[in-house]
Design a protein around this ligand. Structure first.
Ligand SMILES: [Zn+2]
Length: 352
């Protein structure tokens, strides 16, 4: 299903670009602004097996995106400024916000210098366990397992499977199968148990991943001193909130904020739902974020910001800068809103 959607999006983007339809659609679907989602920013690695490649863009592509926005006279603003404009209904100028999820160190090393070139503010959403060095980035652990294995034994849905992982193509298929199985498990502890077993069997040091990739509390404190930087909350454990009890989901939101506020000694006002799709964040989670008192909360549902978004500040859509589509010709299509409008069946707001 995911691959099918990727193919539709890719064909859709290409078709929109070639037809020029995004130019015609612009006045209707471009909205008042957009919030971009990024994860890693780092130079291209030369590996054939990169199942998480969609989560990273190069500094050059980030620079091209910022240049494109500036050349179209689009303001690059903080989430606080976006919030202000939405509640004041100040839509005189189009805006873009940049958000980086999870708190990766490459945001500081590779994104910050590019953002500085454009004097562009941005928000980093931090899962507090990641900053404490104890986080479990199971999708990266799985990548490492599959990268070094040639055969993987797993019990998927109670059925013993032996997955071939000898070629990049076989690794990709094995990763997909294991990833979909893990994401469908009932709870976070089930994922942790299964991934730990896989790591142990294949000699992957799971505990080393978080400190290797994520900024520590001290690093975040220093980063937060930069006037361009806002730090937001992203739960404690990076769990799927919709699978938690209401009490636990609420705790994940408020306690992660308290921990980050304690590190930074400043208020944390914005939140991003982990995974952020329809199966991870819905009406209950939006209500919990409102009760928790966040100013805004962002999903990963694709969409532009419209004037109506002011009524749905706990369910803001974003536009992913997806590492699989790092082609500058895509940028006018992305900022036109035509791609996300296509995805949403031309509905402007999707906040149910
Ligand atoms: Zn995340």
């Amino acid at each position: 299903m995911k691959q099918f959607r990727n193919r539709v999006i890719r064909a859709g983007l290409g078709a929109l670009y070639l037809s020029g339809a995004h130019v015609l659609l612009r006045p209707i679907f471009s909205g008042v602004g957009a919030i971009f989602t990024l994860h890693h920013v780092r130079p291209r690695r030369a590996t054939a097996f990169e199942p998480n490649h969609h989560l990273e863009v190069t500094p050059e592509f980030l620079r091209a995106t910022l240049g494109h926005l500036r050349s179209h006279d689009i303001d690059i603003v903080t989430l606080d400024e976006m919030h202000q404009r939405l509640i004041e209904r100040n839509f005189a100028r189009r805006f873009a916000c940049f958000t980086f999820d999870d708190g990766y160190r490459d945001n500081r090393d590779f994104a910050l210098p590019v953002m500085r070139e454009f004097d562009a503010p941005f928000t980093v959403f931090v899962a507090s366990d990641f900053a404490e060095g104890t986080g479990r980035l199971w999708w990266i652990a799985l990548e490492k397992v599959v990268a070094q294995a040639s055969l993987i034994d797993a019990s998927i849905g109670g059925e013993a499977c032996r997955l071939d992982a000898t070629t990049p193509q076989a690794k990709q298929a094995a990763y997909r199968r294991l990833h979909d199985w893990l994401r469908a498990l009932p709870g976070g502890h089930d994922v942790r148990r299964e991934i730990s077993a896989l790591c142990a069997r294949h000699g992957v040091d799971e505990a080393a991943i978080c400190p290797e990739l994520c900024m520590t509390r001290d690093e975040l404190r220093t980063l937060a001193e930069d006037p361009l930087v806002t730090i937001g909350a992203h739960t404690i454990s990076h769990c799927n909130l919709a699978k938690q009890t209401e009490e636990m989901a609420s705790h994940e939101m408020t306690e992660s904020r308290a921990r980050i506020e304690n590190v930074l000694q400043r208020r944390v006002l914005h939140f991003a739902y982990p995974y952020g799709d329809r199966i991870s964040a819905g009406a209950r989670e939006f209500a919990l974020a409102r009760t928790a008192g966040f100013k805004t909360a962002v999903t990963t549902r694709p969409g532009m910001i419209f004037s109506e978004s002011a009524e749905h500040l706990m369910a803001l859509p974003r536009v992913s800068l997806n590492g699989n589509y790092q082609d500058e010709r895509i940028l006018p299509v992305l900022t036109s809103g035509a791609a996300t409008a296509l995805w949403n069946g031309f509905r402007r707001v999707d906040a149910a």
